[in-house]
Design a protein around this ligand. Structure first.
Ligand SMILES: Nc1ncnc2c1ncn2[C@@H]1O[C@H](COP(=O)(O)OP(=O)(O)OP(=O)(O)O)[C@@H](O)[C@H]1O
Length: 577
């Protein structure tokens, strides 16, 4: 196309004639003339800012440049040998980072494909960076799409980069000095810059959110962990405090995402995030959205780099193992301090108290992802693969008290030169088993660097919290518990602990006919409560320990509330004022 033809076409477009140009181009041409007063008949060369100005632009974008660098490098390698130039422009359109073939340095500098060139639309006319900044969308401005005749040899494909609050903060541009005629030749470049911009946003969100939960999202499970499509950062109350641009489209439903609560966007709360961590297969981590859609989720826990000694911030999955129960709070704070070490830990507690959950949460506190090997000792044997030793990671021994004498000896030999961090769970008093000679003392000391005793459910004061949490997990249809059903659940002694509570709620959800779970929908306790489990003289001590809360005391004693009341009357005990 001759120069006069180009100017004439712009003139025709401005007079409203269709010339076959993309609307994004014709709208930009109109802005150039009507808003910025540019004249297509008076081309001007690329504008390069002064050294001092460039320094100031680069200083302001320093963090972004550092974060974008590896993404830019990866993208540049993908297009190596094809003469592409890669530009990172700031929100004002000034090129603050650049990757190009140094053999063409002079030519690139002249064309403005260089550090310090100003590609804002009001300065350079229609161009990739400028149009992208104005529209907030990825664009290809190909050859004569450019407004200024100086730039018409170029082909520029640009994608926006948004910061974690949704502000357009930079543009990634892939340009060619010379390109094939069809604009479609740049479709691959378009995909590449879009992907690179998304990855830079993701890296930026991760860097900004080290102390927060991040929920990464994808429409398919396959690349969820390595290359998710979108992500949000959440504060402790479950509010969105940061996002990638794609998250706004995936979750926003037309309203701004920042400040919204996770549970208003999807059928999950922050309590459920540990279940969406790396430990479970990606295809099981489905998040149902309030708008009826579904996404696959990968939750990344806040990093536990520095735990303050006073008020511990529980890292990762540990934070979701208990509500406000003082004993669990102290246990989890201890677990948080021990988790980053390689000390072997013995987690003890009755069946179903959540020992394995705790072990898995401790494993997930590792600074780097590593394999978790689980040996179920229930059969008396420990099938230990020697290759695990080289790979490192965590070895979880479930129910270690069940190991036969031969298996204990074998395990001890295997663990001797072992790189694995050992976590063991036990349902019995393992120290007493050592004293009886039922468990080897040398193995005991190998696996019990520190002990973490998990309290039984009847001793916990966060039963309401657990009921709500387990009900949510069991309950896709949002059934509610009646006050009577809740009181009945709180009166039970739960010998099967969390496992029994979870199963009871699952059954109740299935048995309930309406939208409310009543006491009659609850299956009866699987084990009948013991009647006279403790001598009466324990009663005062138990009541005092429970702050004279009769329901709690009944649970701790494994009896009904009415039994406690009867015994109190018999002993003449009254609730102190
Ligand atoms: N904090 C929790 N929130 C929700 N569910 C939990 C929690 N802790 C445990 N559970 C559920 O309770 C059940 C028992 O948990 P887990 O297997 O960790 O217990 P355990 O003490 O290791 O049991 P056992 O000694 O009998 O093997 C599991 O179904 C688990 O999903």
């Amino acid at each position: 196309m001759r120069d006069t033809d180009h100017v004439a076409e712009i003139d025709r477009v401005l007079r409203g004639q269709a010339t076959g140009r993309d609307s994004v181009v014709s709208r930009s041409w109109r802005r150039c003339v009507e808003r910025y007063g540019l004249d297509p008949a008076r081309p001007s060369p690329a504008h390069i800012v002064t050294e001092a100005e460039l320094r100031s632009h680069r200083e302001q974008s320093e963090r972004l440049i550092a974060i974008a660098r590896s993404g830019l490098g990866a993208l540049f390698r993908q297009v190596a040998g094809q003469n592409y130039v890669l530009l990172l422009a700031d929100a004002k359109g000034v090129t603050v980072d650049f990757l190009g073939d140094s053999r063409f340095q002079d030519e690139l500098r002249q064309a403005g494909l260089y550090l310090g060139s100003d590609w804002s639309e009001h300065r350079a006319g229609t161009c990739g960076v400028g149009a992208c900044l104005v529209t907030g969308q990825a664009v290809t401005i190909h050859q004569t799409d450019h407004f200024d005749l100086h730039h018409t040899p170029l082909s520029c494909t640009a994608a926006p980069i948004f910061d974690t609050t949704g502000q357009l903060t930079a543009v990634l541009d892939l340009s060619l000095l010379r390109s094939p005629q069809p604009k479609a030749s740049q479709n691959l470049a378009m995909n590449l810059v879009r992907t690179a911009a998304r990855r830079v946003e993701m890296a930026n969100l991760m860097a900004m959110s080290r102390r927060d939960w991040v929920l990464r999202l994808s429409t398919a499970p396959d690349f969820l962990e390595v290359d998710p499509e979108a992500a949000i950062a959440l504060d402790a109350g479950g509010r969105v405090i940061g996002m990638t641009h794609a998250a706004q489209a995936a979750l926003g439903n037309g309203t701004p995402l920042l400040g919204q609560r996770l549970e208003d966007l999807a059928e999950v709360t922050t309590d459920d995030l540990p279940d969406l961590m790396r430990g479970r297969p990606a295809e099981d981590r489905v998040i149902r959205l309030r708008d009826g859609g579904a996404l696959f989720g990968h939750a990344i826990a806040p990093q536990a780099a520095r735990l303050p000694r006073g008020q511990p911030l529980l890292p990762g999955g540990l934070s979701s193992l208990a509500g406000s129960d003082p004993a669990m709070g102290a246990l989890l704070a201890q677990a948080a301090r021990l988790a980053p070490s390689t000390l072997p830990l013995l987690i003890a507690g009755e069946t179903g108290t959540g020992k394995e959950r705790l072990a898995r949460a401790i494993h997930l506190c590792r600074p780097e992802p590593a394999p978790l090997r689980v040996i179920d000792c229930a059969g008396g044997e420990a099938s230990f693969d020697a290759a695990w030793n080289d790979e490192g990671g965590t070895l979880l021994l479930r129910g270690v008290e069940d190991l036969s004498a031969a298996a204990q000896a074998l395990l001890l030999r295997r663990l001797a030169p072992c790189k694995l961090r050992v976590l063991a769970t036990t349902r019995c008093d393992l120290a007493a088993a050592v004293a009886r000679g039922a468990f080897r003392a040398d193995l005991f000391f190998r696996i019990a660097g520190a002990a973490l005793p998990v309290p039984p459910l009847r001793m916990r004061q966060d039963l309401d919290w657990l009921i709500d949490r387990l009900l949510r997990a069991a309950n896709a249809d949002g059934l509610r518990l009646s006050a009577g059903a809740r009181a009945e659940l709180k009166a039970r002694s739960w010998p099967g602990n969390l496992r029994e509570l979870a199963a009871t709620l699952q059954a109740a959800v299935l048995l309930a006919e309406g939208t409310v779970i009543d006491a009659r929908d609850l299956p009866p306790p699987l084990l009948a409560p013991a009647t006279e489990t403790r001598p009466d003289d324990d009663l005062r001590a138990v009541l005092e320990a429970c702050g004279w809360n009769m329901a709690l005391a009944a649970r701790r004693l494994g009896v009904n509330r009415s039994t406690v009341l009867r015994r109190m009357q018999r002993l003449g005990l009254t609730v102190p004022n």
